[in-house]
Design a binder for this molecule. Structure first.
Ligand code: SIN
Ligand code: CO
Length: 388
């Protein structure tokens, strides 16, 4: 970490190395920073051919942004005609690569000092020499990990920039004065907080891994609330049995407004909304791929006892609540809750850690509840057999 904590550039290989605590204190959500040599001897876990393969799949969110002689084009995936889309200076961007390619998972490990629920996905882009998506502002934190090739990143301060749409599907800003202007190399990372304009232009054909975060706004939270109320939970109606006389009926009584607000606050403070929130926080938009031939609890129990190991499916990141301060004691996976007892906590912690799970992970034998949860997770396609 830097000797000067206010610096926009630090070197993970010098001094005491990268320190997550210092990073959280000085940079996270506050200011951008270039972390040189964050990954030692970086090796790309994927290449542009893999990305092109993903971009052809209908369930994958991909696009090609190109600039041909100064004019911008956007081709939304699934990409069928690469020759046509890959003209001029172009970038192929693929969202949610962590959900399809298990080899990229280790790349996320150094960022595990930020909790699972905040992580959205890993986007990977391949850009040809001189390409980029133009100056823009994102609403979310991002770690831009440089893979192969070199890229020049410029980052500016938050301000009221003029937005431009050089193509209906491309949101850019007109320009900014950079406070960071740096050329990054494989293994370097640029952290950009929400609202800071940035622009990355490649100097060589280049891969960039964007570790992107999410931060729900009130509209999204209200959607969780609406969904809960729609199911009938805490959907109370205004009552006013203790109304007193009022002269002019046009006047709105401030206490009526206060009661209406309290009605909603009570719904928000209820257990049902806690659950709705936790479900939303664990929602990863991972489609359920139920096993064609469902496995039984007995089978999983026998396999477990026989030493077989299990791992989460690519991209699956579980959340865990410990039953304290109004939270249930439960595991949450992609919007589903699995409650467990205190005596099972160790097993559920291992499960939620995302590592290889087998009978030797804990001293005590796994309980029925644990094996039942594991069986359900396997049948829903969220956990799978480890083929290591
Ligand atoms: C890119 O990978 O080209 C764009 C990443 C970003 O600016 O958010
Ligand atoms: Co961006």
């Amino acid at each position: 970490m830097p000797t000067n904590d206010n610096s926009y550039i630090i070197d993970a290989q010098s001094g005491n190395g990268f320190n997550a605590e210092t990073f959280l204190k000085n940079y996270w959500q506050q200011k951008p920073v270039v972390i040189k040599h964050f990954f030692d001897n970086f090796v790309d876990p994927i290449d542009e051919n893999d990305l092109a393969g993903l971009a052809q799949e209908s369930e994958v969110d991909a696009r090609i942004i190109s600039n041909v002689k100064g004019s911008w084009h956007v081709e939304q995936g699934p990409i069928t005609d690469f020759d046509n889309a890959c003209q001029g200076k172009w970038t192929l961007l693929v969202q949610g690569v962590d959900k399809y390619v298990p080899d990229v998972t280790p790349l996320l490990h150094p960022f595990s000092f930020i909790p699972n629920w905040r992580l959205d996905d890993l986007m990977v882009s391949f850009a040809t020499n001189g390409a980029g998506v133009g100056a823009h502002i994102d609403q979310y934190d991002v770690f831009l990990v440089q893979g192969k090739g070199r890229r020049r990143w410029r980052v500016g301060k938050p301000a009221d920039y003029k937005e431009v749409f050089p193509h209906p599907k491309l949101r850019q800003i007109e320009g900014f004065d950079p406070v960071i202007d740096v050329v990054v190399e494989p293994g370097d990372v640029v952290y950009v907080p929400p609202g800071w304009p940035h622009d990355g232009a490649t100097i060589e054909d280049s891969l960039t891994y964007s570790v992107g975060y999410r931060a729900p706004d009130n509209l999204q939270l209200a959607e969780s609330l609406a969904m809960m109320l729609d199911k009938g939970a805490h959907n109370y109606r205004f009552t006013d049995a203790s109304r007193s006389m009022q002269g002019n009926r046009a006047w709105v009584n401030p206490s009526d407004v206060a009661i209406l607000k309290q009605q909603l606050i009570d719904a928000i403070n209820g257990e049902d909304f806690t659950l709705a929130l936790l479900e939303a926080m664990s929602e990863q938009g991972i489609p359920e791929y139920p096993l064609e031939d469902e496995v039984s609890l007995e089978q999983i129990s026998n396999e477990f006892a026989a030493g077989i190991s299990f791992v989460p499916a690519p991209g699956v990141r579980a959340l865990l609540c410990d039953g304290k301060r109004g939270l249930p004691r439960a595991l949450f996976v992609n919007g589903s809750q699995f409650e467990f007892g205190k005596s099972d906590q160790e097993w559920f912690e291992v499960l939620a850690s995302g590592g290889v799970l087998n009978a030797t992970c804990c001293q005590d034998a796994p309980s029925f509840t644990f094996l039942e949860t594991l069986t359900t997770l396997i049948n829903n396609g969220y956990w799978e057999w480890f083929e290591g």
